[in-house]
Ligand binder design. Structure first.
Ligand code: G3I
Length: 370
């Protein structure tokens, strides 16, 4: 532990010194860039909210452009937002996102075409297979078609599986049957031939869910439909990152000829009594549930740094198979984990703190390439 602290401390001092000694370079600009550090290995992405891709804060824009070469909209392309009523689409935010990507040379991953969560309110009233089919077809054709060749990739289907690997019960499964996933990829391929197509889920590195995910992918492939990659979201917990399962998953998904990407990486430090990222799951607050309001204890900070270092070591070991690593947020302030599964907590799951300053985990990750 002492050795770790010394190493991190030395590095931080080195970077501060570099910032002071280089004329005209402020400390912020002297921070190494993740995208440059890993430029020969894999893309480095972040989730972006509307304020970020609308460039409301120039300093934030500068920071994002310096660190990342790929981005995923955190919410704006979800069906409730992009397709708010039966016959109306709201493309304005997503068009701005596409512009942002073009201007700054950042590849955009569309998120997401078919997801049971954050559906438009009108879907609640739908009670016939015919209406669900119409929504499904129109939505994919219209949204995927609009951004064909303008965005780099789509999470075509998101979170279609249960933890035991069976198909999750959703409005799509209920009304369209098990083949809806293959059908979504078929429609996306037609509407968006120049965009890569991915399946995305959380916990799909865990053996049972992974088996279901492999079966789902094989089914799409057997139907002669294109699928280019699989996203492992990567919502993990400090001290409990499943490294063995992650490595097995990289190998098994890649063996199907797919790119593997880590699409929503964050490492939770706050107490939670279950794993994963099921947005509807909630916990009741108690006296112990928000322990780090005044800062993260050093022991947890160092464990977080060690976890991120080991994670990136693994990604680098398999860089021929891993094409992208995307963090779910630019910095700790933006993280959804401040509000899930309990609202109003203070979480620290990313590489940058609330002021976009690099944390020890950042320096440990970057040091892997020194
Ligand atoms: O925009 C409304 C605002 O008008 C309203 O006042 C406020 C009150 O609750 O809610 C705002 O919407 C929230 C939205 O985020 C934008 O901040 C929703 O309540 C909230 O549920 C939503 O949470 C998002 C969540 O997905 C649910 O869709 C998170 O930001 C987003 O990080 C999270 O991302 C998901 C991935 O898409 C899929 N994988 C899991 C991941 C984490 O849950």
């Amino acid at each position: 532990m002492i050795q770790i602290e010394q190493t991190v401390g030395t590095r931080i001092a080195g970077f501060i010194l570099a910032g002071l000694l280089l004329p005209g370079v402020t400390f912020g600009q002297s921070i190494p860039s993740l995208k440059d550090t890993f430029k020969n290995d894999f893309g480095i992405g972040t989730a972006l909210n509307n304020a970020q891709f609308e460039e409301r804060d120039p300093k934030m824009t500068q920071f994002i452009v310096h660190q990342f070469n790929m981005a995923t909209p955190e919410n704006s392309m979800k069906s409730a937002l992009i397709h708010p009523t039966w016959s109306n689409y709201n493309f304005e935010p997503s068009d701005k996102l596409v512009q942002f990507g073009k201007k700054h040379n950042i590849k955009i991953n569309g998120h997401t075409l078919i997801w049971h969560s954050q559906l438009p309110p009108f879907m609640r009233g739908i009670r016939s297979a015919d209406s669900v089919r119409t929504f499904f077809n129109d939505h994919i054709k219209t949204v995927a078609g609009r951004y064909d060749g303008k965005i780099f990739s789509w999470d075509v289907v998101n979170e279609a599986l249960n933890e035991d690997g069976t198909m999750r019960k959703t409005v799509f499964l209920d009304y369209l049957g098990e083949d809806y996933v293959t059908e979504a990829f078929r429609l996306a391929q037609q509407a968006s031939p120049n965009t890569e197509l991915y399946y995305n889920d959380y916990n799909n590195e865990q053996p049972a869910k992974r088996a279901g995910c492999l079966a789902l992918i094989k089914k799409i492939q057997a139907a002669g439909v294109r699928i280019d990659g699989v996203g492992i979201q990567g919502h993990w917990h400090v001290g409990r990152v499943p490294f063995k399962e992650i490595e097995e998953s990289i190998l098994q998904y890649a063996a199907l000829g797919l790119q593997v990407m880590f699409t929503e990486v964050d490492i939770e430090v706050l107490p939670r009594n279950f794993q994963g990222a099921e947005v509807s799951q909630r916990m009741t607050a108690n006296e112990q549930s928000n322990p780090y309001v005044n800062g993260l204890p050093d022991s947890v900070q160092q464990q977080l740094a060690a976890d991120y270092e080991a994670l990136f070591k693994l990604f680098l070991k398999h860089k021929d198979k891993v094409t992208r690593v995307t963090f779910w947020g630019v910095n700790d302030a933006q993280s959804w984990l401040n509000n899930w599964p309990i609202r109003g907590r203070t979480s620290y799951p990313l590489l940058f703190d609330r002021n976009n300053q690099p944390k020890p985990a950042f320096y440990r990750v970057v040091a892997l390439k020194k």
